[in-house]
Design a protein around this ligand. Structure first.
Ligand code: GTP
Length: 520
């Protein structure tokens, strides 16, 4: 094999005689694909390619030099100078090859290796580089397993290389593949030592008494609800007046801020006018502005902060509750009923929201909780008819107050608004003054849309009082100031939670302070 390598070295660069590389031959053999392929004698190449002159024909100067080094036509140096050129005389190599062949055959005769091992015979690059087919590998393995005895007479100069024996048989390894030294080092623990923060044994969870959360006062809930509005507003005001005297520009900027907070143009102008008359050309702090703002808002709200007037001569005083879906009508009815029946009045509630089964059930529960009479009908029934029946029953039972729920409806749905009109008309048949109070609930999380809600419900149902709900959430209470300034409708209560007690009489000063971020 060494001889063939030497021959290859000295014949390189002779394309005409160059044999097909073994690797290529082997690759082609299994499928014999070369037999099927037509072999072109003279392949037609694209113009930029050329076969004439063989491989070296087109080489550049440098490449030609390289080619020359391996050209056998060059005269070889004298034998004693060959090592200077990195060459070994052929005669020496042939002699070495013969010796090697003898020692190989000797080794074959004397060697025997255990299964799973192969004799290591040094590395012959020419063989190592050539690919070995599966068939060849199988042949060698078979030959080894048949011919090589189990016991080995190891020659000192031949090393034995394992070919991955089973893990358990690896020297220095346990069956798990763990180093046997490491395994021996590890003490076998009865109970493992856990890191800090862990413990063994069954978990014992002792129930801890939960401290009751102190309920926030309604004003705290109102302030929390309006915190977003107030902190945004006061933050912007403080930024606006930092190191600035009060001039036309800052007044205009302040007006814009107040309008953006839903307070309405009218209230915004009131605030800026008062500020200008008191402090024009002077330094102004954010706190000065907040104080003036609270005072002006309170002036707008005071006239509308009224108690809900009940004319108990009517037996019953009829309260119709209207509003857009989800604004809190049913919940507010429950809260009102609780207050009134708690005060000793005989209350009846009527489930006029015949669109939503849950609303009927919800009101029934509120009636039970508040010891109120309940009148309901089936889902989809005529709401006006139900209102009429309830009124008759309340009269018959001598109730002090009848509160009629209605289905939520968007103010732009003409058909539903017409139905609401009908309920009012029907109630008026039994008492021309009924309904005595038409309450509209407004969701405090709504912005400018609440203005048009009031406008339309007022026209259709004769709304004569407001309740703003959900002021405990992330409310935008500024709109109530704008509505009050425009419609001047009484605001009776505010909703500050879902609980039965979370309905507070509307207080102008408190509300104004909460919006301005000032204490009560
Ligand atoms: N946080 C808070 N939630 C409220 C308040 N008032 C009502 N809600 C909640 O708002 C939701 C809607 O309330 P409802 O009373 O069902 O409203 P509605 O207007 O009767 O609804 P529709 O019958 O669909 O028109 C419910 O989850 C109530 O618990 C309030 O003051 N604060």
């Amino acid at each position: 094999m060494a001889l063939s390598f030497i021959k290859k070295v000295f014949t390189f660069g002779k394309p005409a005689e160059e044999p097909v590389p073994e690797a290529v031959e082997r690759e082609l053999e299994p499928n014999s694909r070369d037999e099927d392929l037509p072999i072109a004698d003279d392949p037609v190449l694209p113009e930029e390619m050329d076969t004439a002159g063989g491989p070296a024909a087109d080489v550049g100067e440098g490449e030609a030099e390289e080619a020359d080094i391996v050209d056998e036509t060059l005269p070889l140096p004298p034998v004693d100078q060959m090592s200077d050129f990195g060459l070994v005389p052929l005669s020496l190599l042939e002699a070495e090859a013969e010796t090697r062949a003898i020692s190989e055959s000797e080794a074959e005769e004397t060697l025997s290796v255990p299964s799973g091992y192969l004799p290591h015979q040094g590395v012959d690059r020419s063989e190592a580089d050539a690919p070995v087919s599966i068939e060849e590998t199988a042949e060698v393995t078979e030959a080894l397993s048949e011919e090589i005895p189990a016991e080995i007479d190891v020659k000192e100069d031949i090393s034995i290389q394992p070919i991955s024996p089973p893990v358990g048989e690896m020297p220095g390894r346990t069956a798990d593949g763990i180093s046997s030294e490491t395994a021996a080092e590890q003490p076998k623990l009865e109970s493992p030592v856990l890191p800090k923060g862990f413990a063994t044994g069954p978990a014992i969870v002792e129930p801890q008494p939960i401290a009751p959360q102190p309920k926030l006062s309604w004003f705290q809930r109102l302030r929390n609800g309006l915190a977003r509005t107030s902190s945004q507003l006061t933050g912007q005001i403080t930024a606006l007046f930092t190191k600035r005297k009060l001039d036309d520009e800052t007044l205009q900027d302040l007006e814009d801020l107040l309008i953006q907070a839903d307070l309405g143009v009218e209230t915004a102008l009131r605030v800026t006018d008062t500020l200008a008359s008191e402090r024009y050309g002077k330094d102004v702090t954010g706190e000065d502005v907040s104080r003036i703002m609270a005072s002006e808002i309170a002036k707008v709200l005071k006239p509308v902060a009224k108690p809900l007037q009940l004319d108990l001569s009517h037996k019953p005083h009829v309260i119709l509750v209207v509003g857009v879906n989800g604004t809190g009508k049913t919940t507010t009815i429950g809260k009102l009923a609780a207050k009134l029946s708690g005060a000793g009045l005989k209350v009846m509630v009527a489930a006029g929201d015949t669109f939503r089964a849950a609303a009927i059930e919800q009101l029934k529960i509120w009636a039970e909780r508040t010891n109120s009479e309940f009148v309901g009908t089936k889902l989809g029934a005529d709401a006006a008819g139900l209102a009429y029946d309830a009124f008759e029953q309340a009269k018959a039972k001598k109730c002090d107050v009848l509160i009629v729920d209605t289905a939520g409806r968007l103010q732009n749905k003409a058909e539903l608004m017409a139905e609401l009109e009908k309920i009012v008309r029907v109630l008026g048949k039994l008492d021309p003054d009924a309904p005595h109070t038409v309450l509209q609930t407004l969701d405090a999380t709504t912005g400018q849309n609440a203005l048009s809600q009031v406008e339309i419900f007022r026209n259709v149902a004769g709304v004569n009082g407001l309740i703003m709900t959900k002021l405990d959430g992330t409310a935008r209470g500024g709109i109530l100031v704008a509505i009050s300034a425009k419609h001047k409708l009484p605001v009776y209560f505010i909703g500050v939670g879902e609980g039965v007690d979370d309905l507070e009489p509307f207080e102008a000063e408190d509300f104004a302070h909460a919006i301005a971020g000032l204490p009560q």
